[in-house]
Design a protein around this ligand. Structure first.
Ligand code: ZN
Ligand code: ZN
Length: 321
């Protein structure tokens, strides 16, 4: 089973740091960024416009603890992605399922309905929520983390459980939980783990909750938790479509080594990653941007809504030329 371990993992990062200390990330040039998008001349006008690079900032050189300082990735151009023949949705496997693991309390969790709506807008696919299941000891291995003293669930058990329950019409099933996770007894924790060939994954939002670190819930608490969870949900789900981490622009597909770095990731996809997802799903980019814009307005993500509105205007204008 080929596993894409979501290595936004502190322990692995520290271990790898020594091994890769000497390798420095080289920022792609503008030519390399354009090459990663690939030729767009034969594409429909709106899509072609959506794949232009104006308004997308290059990814900055990483600081010491950042993802690319620790994991020297070389990027995945659109053509490379296509050559890898990743899973694509089809008439039979067409639904993204979110399996809730344990309940999501209103006070300490993002709204699962808002997450569902966000994923549906982002992927332009049907997204369904499966009723919560309890992580019963005996079915799922758990332990108490020595540092946090909180319960943690072994990801391997969850992935196996999800695999046995994959609905026939599922493109993928993602277990989402507010419980903390670990992938192996030797690890401190993991944000999530997925097997994209098996089409199952599990992700925890526990460490995106400011309360996890003992911080008080201020006025923007719910908005912050929703924004972080929406980002991790789309990032991890996009891995299920075969998208690797992005090194070309500031993008939701950038790797992230710590909370500050993941907070700095924008919500939308850059042109390289947008092209991959659009090719995989075949969605209308105007609708993708329209629904993302509407969602950001509803959620009170003003900055993102304004940025997406600008892009949407340009793409729509091109469509109507
Ligand atoms: Zn990732
Ligand atoms: Zn990208």
């Amino acid at each position: 089973m080929r596993r894409l371990r979501t290595v936004e993992i502190i322990l692995s990062s520290l271990a790898l740091m020594a091994a890769f200390k000497a390798v420095a990330f080289e920022q792609p040039t503008t030519e390399e960024r354009l090459k990663a998008i690939g030729p767009t001349d034969a594409l429909p006008r709106a899509l072609k416009r959506a794949l232009t690079i104006e308004g997308f900032a290059p990814l900055c050189a990483p600081r010491q603890q950042d993802w690319l300082a620790v994991h020297p990735e070389s990027g995945q151009a659109f053509e490379e992605f296509r050559r890898e023949q990743p899973n694509r949705p089809d008439a039979q496997r067409r639904i993204i399922y979110l399996q809730l693991l344990e309940s999501f309390s209103e006070k300490h969790s993002p709204s699962t309905e808002m997450l569902r709506q966000y994923a549906a807008a982002f992927f332009q696919m049907e997204v369904k929520i499966l009723l919560p299941v309890n992580l019963v000891p005996g079915d799922f291995t758990s332990r108490t983390n020595r540092i946090t003293t909180r319960r943690q669930i072994l990801t391997r058990d969850v992935l196996r459980w999800l695999q046995g329950r994959l609905p026939e019409d599922a493109f993928c099933v993602l277990g989402i939980t507010m419980e903390d996770l670990y992938p192996d007894p030797s690890w401190n924790f993991v944000f999530g783990e997925a097997s994209f060939r098996e089409r199952v994954g599990v992700f925890s939002f526990a460490r995106y909750d400011p309360a996890f670190y003992g911080r008080t819930q201020d006025g923007d608490y719910q908005k912050l938790l929703l924004r972080r969870s929406a980002k991790v949900l789309t990032h991890e789900t996009a891995h299920m479509f075969g998208l690797a981490h992005c090194i070309y622009f500031k993008c939701v597909m950038n790797g992230s080594n710590h909370l500050q770095e993941s907070d700095a990731r924008p919500l939308p996809l850059c042109p390289v990653c947008l092209r991959k997802l659009q090719w995989s799903i075949g969605f209308d980019v105007v609708k993708h941007y329209e629904q993302l814009h509407q969602f950001c307005q509803r959620a009170g993500f003003e900055d993102e809504a304004a940025r997406i509105a600008l892009r949407l205007k340009e793409v729509r204008e091109e469509e109507h030329k």
